[in-house]
Ligand binder design. Structure first.
Ligand SMILES: Cc1cc2nc3c(=O)[nH]c(=O)nc-3n(C[C@H](O)[C@H](O)[C@H](O)COP(=O)(O)OP(=O)(O)OC[C@H]3O[C@@H](n4cnc5c(N)ncnc54)[C@H](O)[C@@H]3O)c2cc1C
Length: 488
C-alpha cells in the first residue's frame, strides 16, 4: 500500500544521494545540511508533511486511479470545474506555507506532467512507445509522490542563432548519441529553479526550434543524481542571511536556481517522451493542457504571494501611522486592485474552463495568459507602491538585531525607532520582513522571477494574442458598420 511521503522521508531521499551541486567553488556534499540549502529543504519538507497529515486528506489528496490510495492532488487530471477548484485549494495550502515565495515546489512541474498524461495522443504522434513511456512515468511519479523540477530554455549564449548553429553544437542540451538502450545528452539548459532539491529533472525545450534543431527537440526525465548531470547554483542568498531576525525570508525560502550541465548523460528509453521531433516538442506545450496546468499552480502561488504583500503593506502603514491617511488609502486601493484582479482571474480559470471531447478539462487559456502577460509590468508597479508608502522606514533601522545587546544603542533605538503601536524591536522585525520581500538580494531575485518564470513577456503576449476571441470583437465592429442609416 502506497503511503504518503512525509517531510522526513523526503529529506532522507535527497540526502547525499550523489547529486552534483556546485556552489562557491565547491561541490555541495549534502543539500539537506549545507547552510545554503538546508532551510529551504526543510520548507519543502514541511509541504510534504502538510499533504501527509490525515486531517488534510480531502484537501491535499485524491484517490489514485491505479490503487485507490491517496496520492497528491496536484497529479489529478481535472474533469470538471469542481476538480480544478480542488486543485487550486491544494496549491493554495502549499503556497500559504511559503507565503508564495517558492515557485517551483513539487506541484509545479507535476502540473506539466499531468497535462501530458491528459493528452497522451499528442505525445504518441512521435511514436506510440513515447506515450507509453510517458504514462508509465506519470504513474510512477504520482504513486511515489515525486518532486520534479525542469530546465526547458537553452542558455542565453547567442540568441541570434538557432540551436544547431551555435559555435559548438553541444552547447544547448541535446542528443549526441543514440544507443540500443537509450540516448546520450550533452550541453546545458536553464534555469533549474529548485532543481537542487528535486528528485527528477525534466529536460526539454519550450523555445521555438527550427529545421536542423532536431537534436534539441526532446523531452526526458533524469534522476537528479544521474551520472554526468551537474547543477551550477547561482549565489546563495541564504548564506547572506546572517540570522533569521535580520533575514526572515532569505534564509527560509531561497529555492535556488541552477544551470544544468549535462556531460554525456545517459537516458534509458523508458524516460524519453519526445525524441528528435520538433513538431511534438512544440505541441506538448500548446496542444496538451501542460502549460496551463503548470501555470494554474503558478497563479495560485502568485495570488497567495500578493495577499501576503497586501498584508505587509497594511502592517507597514499601521506601523508608520499612515494607514488612515487618505492619500495612502488611495495607494493601497491601487495595490489591492492589482492583487484582487489576480485573485479573481484565478477563479475565472474555473468559471471559463472548457471540457474537450476526451473529457479533459482545460482551464481558460485567455484568462491565464492575460494575467501572465501583464505580470512583468504589474508586479514591479506593486513593489514600487510599497517603496513609496514605506518612505525611509525600511532604511532607518538598526544595523542588525545585535544592536539591541548594546545598552546605549538599545536605549536610543527604543526612543527613536519605535512606533506608537510597537517596540523598536517589533517594528524592526516588520521592516526586515518587508525589506527581505522587496529590497534584499532575495527580494530583487523575486522581481526577476515574476518577470520571467513563465517566459519573457513578449512571448506571453503572443500567447495572449493567440487566445483572445478577436472574432467576437471584430464581429461587433462589423455589426456597427452594418447598422442601417438613420434619418436626420
Ligand atoms: C528567477 C527565474 C527562475 C526561472 N525558473 C525557471 C525554471 O525553473 N525552469 C525553466 O526552464 N525556466 C525558468 N525560468 C525561465 C527561463 O529560463 C528564461 O529566463 C525565460 O524563459 C526568459 O528567457 P531568456 O532568459 O532566454 O530571455 P530571452 O528570451 O533571451 O529574452 C530576454 C529579453 O530580450 C528581449 N527580446 C528577445 N527576443 C525578443 C523578441 N523576439 N521580441 C521582443 N523582445 C525580445 C526582451 O526584452 C526579453 O525580455 C526562470 C527565469 C527566472 C528569471
Amino acid at each position: 500500500m502506497a503511503t504518503l511521503r512525509t517531510g522526513n522521508e523526503y529529506l532522507r531521499a535527497i540526502k547525499a544521494d550523489g547529486r552534483r551541486v556546485f556552489l562557491n567553488a565547491e561541490q555541495v556534499p549534502d543539500v539537506t545540511t549545507h547552510p545554503a540549502f538546508r532551510e529551504a529543504a526543510r520548507s519543502i519538507a514541511a509541504l510534504y508533511d502538510i499533504a501527509a497529515d490525515p486531517a488534510n486528506r480531502e484537501r491535499m489528496t485524491f484517490a489514485s486511479p491505479a490503487t485507490g490510495e491517496p496520492v497528491l492532488r496536484c497529479y489529478q487530471i481535472p474533469k470538471t470545474p469542481a476538480d480544478l477548484a480542488k486543485k487550486r485549494a491544494f496549491y493554495e495550502a502549499w503556497a500559504e506555507r511559503t507565503f508564495g515565495l517558492m515557485g517551483r515546489t513539487p506541484d509545479h512541474v507535476a502540473g506539466f506532467f499531468t497535462g501530458y498524461a491528459a493528452k497522451p495522443s499528442v505525445i504518441a504522434r512521435g511514436g506510440k512507445q513515447y506515450a507509453e513511456n510517458l504514462l508509465r512515468f506519470f504513474e510512477h511519479i504520482r504513486e511515489n509522490h515525486q518532486y520534479l523540477s525542469y530546465v526547458i530554455v537553452p542558455p542565453q549564449i547567442d540568441r541570434s542563432k538557432p540551436a544547431h548553429k551555435q559555435s559548438d553544437p553541444a552547447l544547448y542540451a541535446g542528443v549526441v548519441k543514440e544507443r540500443d538502450d537509450g540516448i546520450v545528452l550533452a550541453g546545458a539548459q536553464q534555469l533549474g529553479t529548485a532543481a537542487v532539491f528535486s528528485d527528477w529533472l525534466q529536460v526539454s525545450c519550450i523555445t521555438p526550434l527550427q529545421p536542423g534543431d532536431e537534436a534539441y527537440a526532446i523531452n526526458v526525465a533524469l534522476p537528479i543524481n544521474t551520472p554526468g548531470l551537474k547543477l551550477y547554483s547561482r549565489r546563495a542568498f541564504a548564506l547572506q542571511a546572517t540570522n533569521s531576525f535580520d533575514y526572515p525570508l532569505s534564509g527560509r525560502f531561497d529555492e535556488s536556481d541552477a544551470l544544468a550541465v549535462l556531460e554525456n548523460v545517459f537516458v534509458p528509453w523508458e524516460h524519453v517522451f519526445v525524441y528528435r521531433n520538433i513538431e511534438v516538442c512544440r505541441a506538448q506545450w500548446w496542444e496538451t493542457p501542460a502549460h496551463i496546468y503548470g501555470n494554474h499552480q503558478a497563479q495560485a502561488r502568485y495570488a497567495t504571494k500578493l495577499r501576503f504583500m497586501l498584508g505587509l503593506a497594511q502592517r507597514l502603514n499601521e506601523m508608520t501611522g499612515n494607514a488612515a491617511n487618505p492619500a495612502v488609502m488611495v495607494q493601497m486601493g491601487e495595490l489591492a486592485a492589482l492583487a484582487q484582479t489576480v485573485e479573481s482571474m484565478l477563479r475565472a480559470h474555473e468559471v471559463l474552463a472548457t471540457v474537450d471531447d476526451e473529457g479533459v478539462l482545460w482551464p481558460s487559456r485567455a484568462t491565464l495568459y492575460a494575467v501572465m502577460a501583464l505580470q512583468s509590468e504589474t508586479f514591479p508597479r506593486m513593489v514600487d507602491l510599497i517603496r513609496e508608502m514605506a518612505g525611509g522606514s525600511l532604511i532607518v533601522q538598526p544595523s542588525s538585531v545585535a544592536d539591541f545587546e548594546n545598552p546605549e544603542m538599545a536605549r536610543d533605538i527604543e526612543r527613536y525607532m519605535h512606533s506608537p503601536q510597537a517596540s523598536a524591536r517589533s517594528r524592526m522585525a516588520l521592516m526586515r520582513l518587508a525589506w527581505d520581500f522587496i529590497g534584499s538580494e532575495f527580494g530583487a531575485r523575486h522581481q526577476q522571477y515574476e518577470k520571467f518564470y513563465g517566459g519573457a513577456s513578449f512571448l506571453v503576449k503572443q500567447n495572449m494574442y493567440r487566445n483572445y476571441d478577436f472574432k467576437r470583437a471584430a464581429g461587433l465592429v462589423d455589426a456597427a458598420l452594418s447598422l442601417p442609416p438613420y434619418e436626420r
